[in-house]
Write a protein of this length. Structure first.
Length: 365
């Protein structure tokens, strides 16, 4: 009996120490994943910016779904929403939390981190750490030269037109997503990446592209971590209300999972939206260049680019709105015409077409 107990301990250790084992144990991305991985802290500054707030919630009382009229708040709750905010003209018109979540609850960004990584790339270009988006990524990741990456530019990676071979399947314990999400050596995983097509020919959404950006950023800023750069360029200048963290592949000399895994609160995610709503300007200070924001959020169909995805931001329509999006239905939606920001965080996406809901909801305000 004692031998069996030791066997169980050994098996748990082996499984928890490799990507397949961690995949089997954790199974799929979860809203509590920030507790599972090592991370670096991102400290807030000495002052905090607070949105104004109306005394009464201003949202539609009902929503029509499949020819049925449903109470809007119940609809959000039933589809496993844990936070929902609507902000217009710097005023919170609606803010609500469910399932024991509150304004201070940490929720992982998942792929909304891709948009934040793009902002940091823009900052690094503004500061001269990176020359331009036209540079080949091998200027920063020379170990990929032997795999033929000399033609892949930073812009190709930003636009998801790199031609990189990568399995974005979320249910394959042996696939690339499992390696990147549950693995413990992202630098090694990046070094093994291959191409399957010529860059600049076709859009394909893959998380590997954003992790390439993360390694480029780490090497460009040299004496800083990606987390400390986030702290310096965004978290403190944007006067975030709470500290945050960025999950790593491993504790010692870890690399940020830049394709996912910033851990923060709803109100602070909203400030990312406010920054881009104001074209990179925060209360009179230009945090990232206006030209970068414009390039990141304008429709572009050239060189294999998909009009609905620009520089790690999604474009739900061709009328100027844009958003960051994460796998469990995490969203920062921005509608500049209506001066509107919507943040939705959830345990799952539910059965909601969130793109349509946001664009329809924006017409209410």
């Amino acid at each position: 009996m004692r031998n069996i107990s030791w066997l169980v301990v050994v098996m748990v250790f082996i499984f928890s120490s490799c990507k397949v084992g961690r995949f089997i144990i954790y199974n799929f991305a979860d809203i509590k994943d920030y507790k599972k991985f090592p991370s670096r802290s991102v400290e807030k500054g000495t002052t905090s910016f607070y949105f104004s707030k109306t005394e009464e919630n201003k949202i539609p009382k009902e929503i029509e779904v499949n020819n049925a009229v449903l109470p809007f708040e119940s609809y959000l709750e039933e589809n496993e929403t844990v936070a929902f905010m609507v902000i217009q003209n710097d005023t919170i018109l609606y803010e609500n939390y469910w399932d024991n979540y509150s304004e201070s609850s940490i929720v992982p960004s998942f792929s909304m981190a891709k948009s934040v990584t793009s902002i940091l790339i823009g900052c690094a270009i503004d500061e001269g750490y990176i020359k331009s988006v036209d540079e080949p990524i091998t200027n920063y990741i020379p170990e990929l030269i032997e795999s033929g990456f000399e033609k892949v530019t930073i812009e190709h990676v930003l636009q998801m037109t790199s031609g990189v071979k990568f399995d974005e399947g979320y249910f394959n314990p042996f696939g690339d997503v499992a390696t990147f999400y549950y693995g413990t050596n992202l630098r090694k995983a990046v070094r093994k990446m291959k191409l399957k097509a010529e860059p600049g020919q076709k859009f394909e959404y893959i998380s590997g592209n954003t992790q390439l950006l993360g390694l480029i950023l780490e090497r460009a800023i040299k004496n800083q971590t990606v987390s400390s750069y986030l702290e310096e360029k965004l978290w403190q200048p944007l006067e975030m209300e709470y500290e945050a963290s960025w999950s790593l592949d491993r504790k010692k000399n870890g690399l940020e999972k830049t394709f996912c895994c910033i851990n923060a609160r709803a109100r602070d995610y909203a400030k990312i939206g406010r920054l881009y709503l104001n074209k990179g300007n925060w209360n009179g200070k230009q945090i990232v260049s206006e030209s970068w924001v414009e390039r990141s959020t304008k429709v572009d169909k050239t060189n294999g680019s998909a009009w609905y995805y620009q520089y790690q931001w999604w474009l739900p329509t061709q009328t100027g709105d844009f958003m960051a999006q994460g796998i469990l239905g995490q969203f920062i939606y921005v509608n500049p015409k209506n001066n509107l920001i919507i943040v939705r965080l959830g345990k799952k996406s539910g059965s909601v077409d969130w793109w349509t809901l946001f664009t329809d909801l924006s017409k209410f305000y």
